[in-house]
Write a protein that binds this ligand. Sequence first.
Ligand code: 5GP
Length: 191
Amino acid sequence: MELLKERIRRDGRVRAGGVLKVDGFLNHQMDVELFAEIGKEFRRRFAEDEVTKILTIEASGIGIACLTAMAFHVPAVFAKKTQTKNIDAQVYSTQVESFTHGKTYDIIVSREYLQPSDRVLLIDDFLANGKALEGLARLVKDAGAALVGAGIVIEKGFQPGGDRLREDGIHLESLAIIDSMDEKTGEIRFR
Ligand code: 5GP
């Protein structure tokens, strides 16, 4: 998606450890008109999949998930992160290892909002090692729902998540795939 790549080139900041900061339009301040275009693009790419629900993970996926849900005319659900030791029976839960924070946490979704009849599209802002998406995919499986695929705004192609998920047969659509980033020059190369 050329509009998105241009925006990343203009406003993205390369940080140490292979981290891209896009706080000016995606992760802190949100350009909701760009989000609406992103939502329409996901709708175009998953047009034939009869999606009934968008599933993301809090917090940074929520904005994108909302505008995507609007394009599909379906509800958006976000998995909540929790510290609670006693996970109750009314929820699906799984553990996710965080790339940005380096720790493991539980994510939960109420059983009420993921039904066996659902056809679920996963949405997230970034794909790095793939742990967040894999966790969401496990929740969908536990619910007995169908996973139609995953839509990612920025995939870091130099990390293993994307290739692994594609090998696992997941229909993955990333709107911008970064092959390399140079923290000294700030140069970002796209696939
Ligand atoms: P994964 O589970 O694929 O390793 O990481 C995905 C999650 O980590 C995303 O939901 C995103 O919040 C965060 N993340 C991973 N890499 C980056 C990055 O380079 N920049 C930002 N802003 N977030 C990232």
